[in-house]
Write a protein that binds this ligand. Structure first.
Ligand SMILES: Cc1ncc(COP(=O)(O)O)c(C=O)c1O
Length: 395
């Protein structure tokens, strides 16, 4: 039987009656004006990775064994986190610290994102320093926040303490203060007492201390807080600092950057708020198992840190002898200003199989390269390639 309905009109772009081509709906205005945070993370396998400050030799064999031992039926079950929170408390030796004061995240990047999501809104201000870790800015922008970034002080990239104190004392204080300590990429170190002073002076501001590199120079607010709590009979270490959030990761020392695991430690109410804006199972079971094994093998991490610090001394001596302009302070990285130009030397090093990070366009350090520090052997390989490219005598 023939259909009596008219044949559908064939869509013609020329026809004025034709539907418009589909257009994706716009995102929130803050997202429309945002560029995706992109880092040169592709094609790094097999090269000497001195570009992202990761552990350069890999995890403890005990971590590898723990991952291999995961039975396949575990893959089918959603992960559990209570044991990991308890392990973090035990690893920190935390008398008075409780598992509710530890948030588990998919890397510290996810903890940062969640902290901004939980506390920052349109019209609020992020106070931070410049130059610093690049992910704080997009996190603030996606919340519609204003950014006040105070430059480090030249020469030597000293922390701008007076300016930060003054900004915190403004009639409308910033919603968030982001302190990267030691700072990536300048290595600037802020004593724990100064961090605590800033947090105490600004109770309406959430003070986030990003301590990703504390292991290399021992710059952390946690030991003094935990010691004071223990001396006081095991009370809450964050009782006087309910606005302080401390970030730690297993990417830079324990060698599991690829598994993505980070912690946010602070008052239970603060950790709870940050945890409210994540999914219930954002951290996967492999990361949990690896983190438990890594936390249980502190001697491995200590040995790696000691090796990096020995290699740092060796390289610094070569740089001094060769008269290379450089800057090194906290963290497992340093800055170099190559005579041959940062971009050209970065490219030549890549040709030699070595990745470093150009700081082109970054305030105060434009023209420098950030070089991550690894083992003695790796630093010797770096120095050999660098001095050849720059035409420097063997040191
Ligand atoms: C200062 C700082 N914070 C956070 C991160 C992110 O760490 P994670 O690997 O735990 O996400 C990095 C990584 O480079 C960093 O340098």
């Amino acid at each position: 039987m023939e259909s009596s309905s008219p044949a559908p009109a064939s869509p013609s772009p020329a026809s004025p009656a034709s539907p418009r081509p589909p257009v994706s709906p716009p995102a929130r205005p803050e997202v429309e004006s945002l560029q995706a945070y992109s880092a040169p993370l592709e094609g790094r396998r097999g090269l000497l990775r001195l570009d992202f400050n990761e552990n350069t030799v890999g995890p403890s064999p005990k971590v590898v064994a723990a991952i291999r031992a995961i039975p396949p039926e575990e893959y089918a079950v959603y992960p559990e986190y209570d044991g990991l929170r308890e392990a973090v408390v035990a690893a920190l030796g935390g008398s008075g610290l409780h598992p509710e004061q530890v948030g588990v995240f998919n890397g510290v990047d996810a903890a940062l994102h969640a902290a901004f999501h939980a506390f920052g809104g349109p019209g609020d201000t992020l106070l931070t320093t410049s130059p610093t870790f690049g992910y704080y800015t997009p996190c603030a922008r996606m919340q519609g926040m204003a950014i006040e970034a105070i430059p480090y002080r030249l020469p030597g990239f000293a922390f701008p303490l007076e300016e930060i104190r003054a900004a915190l004392a403004a009639p409308e204080p910033p919603r968030l203060l982001l302190l990267c300590n030691p700072n990536n990429p300048t290595g600037t170190r802020l004593p724990a007492a100064a961090v605590l002073e800033l947090a105490a002076a600004a109770p309406r501001t959430v003070v986030v201390v990003d301590e990703l590199y504390e292991a290399f120079t021992g710059d952390s607010v946690l030991p003094p807080l935990l010691q004071a709590a223990a001396a006081g009979g095991g009370g809450d270490p964050f009782a006087a600092y309910p606005n302080l959030l401390v970030l730690r990761s297993l990417s830079k020392t324990a060698g599991i950057a690829g598994l993505r695991i980070g912690f946010a430690i602070g008052a239970a109410a603060l950790v709870d708020r940050v945890g409210r804006v994540t999914g219930p199972y954002d951290v996967n079971s492999f990361a949990v198992t690896a983190a438990l094994a890594a936390l249980a093998d502190q001697p491995y991490v200590d040995a790696y840190v000691a090796e990096v610090l020995r290699a740092r001394d060796w390289l610094l001596e070569r740089l001094r002898q060769a008269g290379v302009r450089h800057h090194a302070d906290g963290g497992n990285y340093l800055l170099l200003w190559p005579a041959g130009g940062a971009q050209a030397v970065e490219a030549a090093l890549r040709q030699a199989g070595i990745l470093v990070r150009s700081m082109a366009g970054k305030p105060l350090i434009d023209g420098s390269l950030r070089v991550s520090l690894g083992s003695g052997e790796q630093m010797a390989r770096f120095w050999d390639a660098y001095r050849r490219i720059e035409g420097l005598a063997a040191g």
